[in-house]
Design a protein around this ligand. Structure first.
Ligand code: FES
Length: 191
């Protein structure tokens, strides 16, 4: 949770000055860096506040409404606080056929939330994706934080929730999202 607390007075420039300059150097028009800067802010804070939108707008010499408008087009940017971990259950056709609704109901019951809500302790946000997460061959699939897992059943999801509570962080390997393959599937003995 610590990285999700906005440090009063610390701007993105103060936090990531060199990284921002490096990012901007990749684009002939700096307004093109709006998505990476939004991602940088969300990676640090866990979500994107109005203050961060204003900072990004200032850096890129844009109006804040332009920054907000671009970011609002993408499902994975959050402009409101969310939980430390996100559990997104894919509910598109293939996953729906493989029991996504039951999986979503299960995790909502377990965490005592409705889809789209965050647990009272701020640890988990549960969502239905509303779109295919491109893991149909592994349906039913979920995104835990930003890592794919599937096929996954209710017991495995319970295990992963416990792992998350114990401090586990889903990861990619070598920058590649390999959550689809079996070695990334939860194995209780590996915890
Ligand atoms: S429908 Fe769920 S991954 Fe494609």
């Amino acid at each position: 949770m610590e990285q999700r607390v906005l440090e009063k007075g610390q701007s993105l420039r103060e936090l990531f000055g060199e990284e921002i300059d490096e990012l901007l150097s990749h684009y002939p028009d700096k307004r093109s860096a709006v998505l990476p800067l939004l991602w940088l802010a969300q990676e640090h804070d866990g979500w994107i506040s109005d203050r961060r939108v204003a900072e990004i707008a200032h850096i890129l010499e844009l109006d804040p409404t332009e920054v907000r408008g671009v970011g609002g087009f993408y499902h994975l940017f959050y402009f409101h606080p969310i939980g430390e971990h996100t559990i997104r259950v894919c509910d598109d056709v293939m996953c729906a056929l493989k029991g996504a609704d039951d999986l979503l109901d299960h995790v909502c019951d377990k965490l005592d939330v409705e889809a789209g809500e965050t647990t009272d302790d701020g640890e988990f946000t549960v969502e239905r994706t509303g779109w295919c997460i491109a893991a149909c061959a592994k349906a039913p699939a979920v995104l835990i934080d930003d890592v794919y897992f599937g096929p996954i059943d209710q017991d495995q999801l319970d295990e992963m929730i416990q792992r998350l509570r114990d401090g586990w962080q889903p990861e990619t390997k070598d920058g590649v999202n390999v959550g689809l393959v079996e070695e990334m599937a939860p194995e209780p003995s590996e915890a």
